[in-house]
Every structure is written in structure tokens, then in C-alpha cells.
Design a protein. Sequence first.
Length: 335
Amino acid sequence: MNSTDTPSLNTTATSLRNHAHRSVQSIAQTTFDDQVAFYADAARSLATRRAYASDMAAYSTWGGRIPASPEMVASYLAASDSLAASTLRRRLAAIADAHQTVGRPDPTKHPLVRKVFRGICRVHGARTDAATPLDIDMLARIIGSLPNDLTAIRDRALLLVGFFCALRRSELVALAVEDLDRRPDGWIIAIPRSKTDPYGRGQYVQLPTFKGPLCPTAAVGSWLAIAAIAEGRVFRAVGLHHKIASTLPAPRVGSILRQRAAEAGLDVQRLSAHSLRSGFAVSATRAGIGAAQIQTVTRHRTLSGLAPYVRTAGPPSAAQLLGLPSLNAPALGEP
């Protein structure tokens, strides 16, 4: 080897070391960026991420861009004035989130955008696309019309648990056998994670036991026994030849409810999986159960979250008014 080759070799070795160092830095930066993106996404629920993605797709189809000026967002709102106020509000949240993600100013906070949104609500009304609550009478009618086959036994348990525990559809399909604490006076259901408990501190709801065809614990017990489910998800899809899957897709909850309601002769136009949860709150309110007690089941963060259900329940009946203590108390001067 010539001495003149030595600098070339040293240069090559140095170049290789520098390239390796840059590669390691690049990999480390990529890993860091991936972790940042992963945890930034995890700050929102999967349902919220999907909703925002859908909202941004609609905004993009209209011609919207990120970053956007307040004038562009205001124009988008005006062009979308046929949508419900709740939908427009969520689309503004999606646009705001997109700007925050890229570190740009949020145009949705501009006075022009806020004024246009208020104007749309004032002119068209702040209507909502809320699902029709499935009250206790409607539920009883559905349960009474069910046959006694395997799928119907599952549906009976699904609907009764969804109603009496006021579960969201994501909580209902995630329910596992391991989450059931079976007690003589009623079961306790553990909900490891939910919309109001995104960090997984854990929530608990009682699954009541009582006589009659609407008993949810009896329905769940029958389903688990006949389906031979000892662990894993409680509610599962039933396929051909009664083949039982390992899970039940969340969208199936609403379709099962609508199918069974239609078979019972009910109007299904505005029924959804949320009808079970809202139906419990409305039925409990009509039965005279206090909002604080209802909140222990629905797990709303605040009592104000129950206000829409209280309004839907309507004014108190004559029987409820006659049961008020002040109406039953003796008049002044009476023995």
C-alpha cells in the first residue's frame, strides 16, 4: 500500500462515519416525529379523529385551504348554511384543529366568522339532528316482539344493557366478560375507558336485577350461557349457521335497534344507538328520578349535560305533581 493511499482511506473512513452519524440522527428524528404525531393524535378519541377527517374532506371539496383566512372560513359557513348548527360547529372545530396542528393562527376565532355563525343560527334556527329517545314503553314493545332464536337472545341482552346502563355504542361493544361483577342484588359493570373518562381511571355502573322480561342481568346471563362465552367480548356478531364471531362492530348497534324496532311496528326514522342512552335518561326523568341519580348512570360530567333529556321528557304529569310533599301537606290551621 502506498503512503499516498492513506489520506484517501482516512477520508473514506471519515466520510462513512459522518454518513452513519447523519443516518442515526435521521432515524432518531424520524422516530421522534412519529412519536410526537402518535401522541398528538392520541389526545383525541378515534371517533373525533374520524369526524374531523370527514369534516376536513368536506371543507376541501368545497375549495377550502389550510391555512385559511377568516374571509374564506366565513364564506364556507355561508355556503354550508343548510347544515345543522351542531355540524357547522364541529366543522369549525376541525378547521381550528388543522390550523393548530401546523402552527398557524386560528381563523375560526375571528369576529367575522363568529358573527356569520351566529347569523346562520338566528336565521335558520340552531336545530340539532338528535336521535329520538327510545323510552321504556318502546323498549318493552321491542323486547316483547323478539323471537327466541340465538340472534334475538343476543339482541335482547344488547338492548337491555344499552338502555339500563345508558351506554354509548363504543362502550357497549367493548364490554367484556371480565368487566362483569356478578352480585345477588345486581351486577356491576366496569367501564375501563369512555368519552368522559378518556384517561382510563375507570367508571362503574350498576346493571339492575328485577322480575319480568326487561331484566337485563337475566338477559345477559342467558346470552352468555347459550353462546358459551366465558371470556372476551360479551356482544358478538352471529353469522351463518349460528357461527359466533369474537366482536361486534359498533355501527351494528344502531342497525340492530332499527331492525328490531321496525319488526315491533315502531317508527325507526330517527332511531340510532344513542336512542338507548337518551331513552334511559328521558324515561328516568318521567319516572321522577332525580337528575343526580340519573347522572350516576349516564356519567355526564355535569348536570347541565342532562338538560336536553329533561326538556325532552316534557312537563311533570298530574300524578307526579300530586305526589309533591307540599301538595299533600295539611293546610295552615288544619289538624
